[in-house]
Design a protein around this ligand. Sequence first.
Ligand code: XMP
Length: 308
Amino acid sequence: MLDPSDFIKESIEGIKKQIGDEKAIIALSGGVDSSVASVLVSEAIGDNLLAVFVDHGLLREGEAEYVKETFEPRLNFDCIDASDEFLKELEGVEDPEEKRKIIGEVFIKVFEREAEKEGAKFLVQGTIAPDWIESEGKIKSHHNVALPHGLVLELVEPIRELYKDEVRVVGSEMGLPDEIVNRQPFPGPGLAVRVVGKLTPEKIEICRKANAIVEEEVKKEGLDETLWQYFAVLTDTKVTGVKGDIRDFGYLVVLRMVESWDAMTANVPELPWEMIRTISARITAEVSEVTHVALSVSDKPPSTIEFA
Ligand code: XMP
């Protein structure tokens, strides 16, 4: 079993040796992996690490503010609002894989711009063991990555040997708040994979509001400690409802709540019925564009965790 303080000491020494007096950059998402990687490297090289948080306009409610409040006092931190750039490129795109591809490309473009401005020579990544074991099957550290516009950076992967539970232990030991350490995974493309069909600022906002209600009620019930992921999906389906005395034609939102170890498989556990009913009632009352809430009961496989 990993001794977190030994790991931290050795890792800081290794990072100092690898980076020396050069500058490094990391894309900090606020997820546990990139957060732990950021604080480890910043312990080693201080402000020579720039942690860049890219707001792609597809974040959850309050997310950018929370990440900023948490890391600005602790790191050389920069929040880039690139939402217009992302949403412009995503306009009219329906296919989920196409959305992912565009988001990935714009993300790298924005990030490369920052890395160039900073004069970074090293790219820090929060890669963990399951990320490479299956794809590569062998340890390959200290390699370079070439970004699309030609910038070549040497990779630093300080938590490459760790599994998620170990990353959480190291994060706690380094004083990261529980909210970060125990956070549910949130996909890089954000709400783009939870808004089915074409993305519009209006649909993203509906999904964001419904999702905030799900998160709030799940936390109230204490289920955030046992569920792997819990969120709202905005489908592209519109259904009839009644609001007051008037017939209304609004969106169908799906609640997705799963248990899992590693996201390879997942199951939908029994959920407290009162909580589900409260979430449904709140979403239809507080998000005026939604007329119907459904609960997903499909495991993975055959379904995936995300909807798009
Ligand atoms: P699926 O939907 O494939 O998701 O069952 C498995 C896990 O991966 C997350 N996920 C993503 N994460 N970029 C990410 O960074 C993506 O494009 C992406 N798609 C899915 C998902 O949230 C779940 O934890």
